[in-house]
Design a protein. Structure first.
Length: 358
């Protein structure tokens, strides 16, 4: 069951592009424009209701400790999904909710999320994928996004945490996925450099007011060579790269991407499908937020928002799909994939919040 309501985008686009005004009397034109305005207002209200219902979904599915459920499955056994608890999901929710107007529901989810992240943090300010109990080493992706989310929740980033991340770069100046001396890494699935992981680290350092030129250059190289279209080690969808670039530029103030903004917009629009989406609900949220981060206000955004609104499920969330994966290491059951309705819903909330705030 999906939320239903007026599909506003065709009417809004028709209003904005209307020609042949001589066909209308002044009175008729006034009535027509009035109906456009009312319809646009109704759609804004519908989006606000969809956003509210989605936040209720997040609040209902948050544990007392502040965590959320994420699922892990393998290529050959996709129906056997194992629930796991990871700070990464909590960080993504906390980050996305930072764009919502403050109210008691949002504040409650955010406060519990902050408490959860603090409880899973290890010295000198790092996180492991499945929290402090995990046997896999702390990693750059979890740590970067956790601090980026906490920073948006008005927490300061300790210099020791930034130092640990800085020390986790290879000889080429790019961030490894894992933190610390490579000789200490155990139980890891890959030593390859991941472009999206590097962009998430770049977001954090940008928020901390620090430039890392080599990583910026690497991001531009990936964009201009279109290597991102193949996905990365841990992020199968090319939209994850475009989203991470847009976020680093917009919210991390990583200005080296300024000349590439038209290219990022064109690439994101080119991946949009005829129905207004970008594939799964998760990918559609990534594509839509990428456009909104870069100031897009045209037809692509309207179609994307309309599709997200139509796809909201009866409980207020959006569908489960792959959000990231393990490295392409074929063991007994194949490659690991991870997904969470919580992550997808949080990104949809972010998209709606940014759309309504334009």
């Amino acid at each position: 069951m999906h939320s239903e309501g007026l599909d506003a985008s065709p009417l809004l686009l028709y209003c904005s592009g209307m020609s042949g005004l001589g066909k209308f009397s002044l009175l008729g034109l006034a009535i027509f424009l009035s109906s456009c305005s009312i319809s646009a207002g109704d759609f804004q209200k519908q989006c606000a209701e969809v956003e509210k219902k989605a936040i209720d979904f997040l609040a209902t599915n948050q544990s007392a400790a502040g965590g959320f459920t994420t699922y892990e499955w393998r290529t050959l056994t996709p129906d056997k999904k194992r629930p796991i608890d990871t700070p990464f999901t909590v960080s993504q929710v906390l980050y996305s909710l930072s764009f919502c107007p403050d109210d008691t529901r949002v504040r409650s989810v955010r406060e519990k999320a902050v408490a959860y992240l603090v409880s899973q943090r290890e010295s000198p300010g790092v996180w492991r994928y499945q929290g402090a109990k995990d046997f896999v080493p702390p990693d750059v992706d979890d740590t970067s996004l956790a601090w980026a989310a906490l920073k948006r929740a008005n927490n300061s980033i300790p210099s020791e945490a930034l130092a640990a991340l800085r020390a986790s770069r290879n000889e080429a100046g790019l961030f490894n996925t894992w933190i610390g001396d490579p000789s200490t890494w155990a139980h890891i699935d890959s030593r390859e450099i991941d472009p999206v992981v590097n962009l998430n680290a770049l977001l954090l350092f940008g928020m901390a007011g620090e430039k890392i030129d080599r990583v910026c250059e690497y991001g531009v190289e990936q964009l201009e060579s279109e290597q991102y279209r193949r996905g990365s080690v841990y992020y199968p969808s090319p939209l994850a790269f475009l989203f991470a670039v847009s976020r680093a530029y917009s919210e991390g103030k990583v200005n080296c991407f300024s000349p590439n903004v038209p290219e990022i917009l064109n690439a994101t629009r080119a991946l949009q499908e005829k129905d207004g989406g970008w594939g799964t609900d998760y990918e559609t949220a990534l594509g839509l937020v990428s456009l909104l981060n870069l100031g897009e206000k045209g037809e692509a955004v309207e179609k994307g928002v309309n599709l997200l609104v139509s796809r909201q499920m009866a409980d207020g969330g959006w569908a489960l799909s792959t959000t990231y994966s393990g490295a392409n290491t074929w063991l007994g059951g194949g490659r690991f994939f991870y997904g969470s309705r919580i992550v997808t819903t949080a990104l949809c909330v972010e998209a709606l919040a940014k759309y309504l705030a334009r």
